[in-house]
Write a protein that binds this ligand. Structure first.
Ligand SMILES: [Zn+2]
Length: 121
């Protein structure tokens, strides 16, 4: 849950944040490590990237749910925790943050292998 809170505060070390804090050199790409099409922001990486979106789509498919992906992780969290109605069981409330955490770990695994590896869909 701490990671989820940091993501809402736009404080996890995605490339956009690292560039803003002058941690990454300007010579390095700020593009998403998976799709190489958009800047790696919190919202892109965790919600809107083709790769992470497919993870969410598969998850909702398992539960036979229709879901419109919100524009931000903050809106996502609000809808996840308060907008699911009777389906918002304790178990379900853990699934969202756990999936976000899993997406982040997968991103870090790929990042540690080097950004030259590109995943295509
Ligand atoms: Zn992407």
């Amino acid at each position: 849950m701490l990671f989820h809170w940091l993501a809402i505060r736009n404080s996890i070390p995605v490339k956009e944040v690292l560039f803003r804090r002058n941690i990454l050199p300007s010579s390095q790409s700020n593009l998403c490590i998976w799709c190489l099409e958009d800047t790696e922001t919190v919202n892109h990486l965790l919600l809107h990237c083709k790769w992470s979106f497919n993870v969410w789509a598969e998850l909702f498919s398992w539960w036979n749910l229709n879901w419109v992906m919100p524009g931000s992780i903050e809106e996502f969290s609000f809808k996840w925790f308060f907008g699911m109605g009777i389906k918002a069981s304790k178990f379900w409330k853990v699934i969202g943050p756990a999936t976000i955490w899993a997406i982040w770990l997968a991103r870090n695994d790929l990042f540690s292998m080097g950004s030259s590896l590109v995943v295509r869909f």
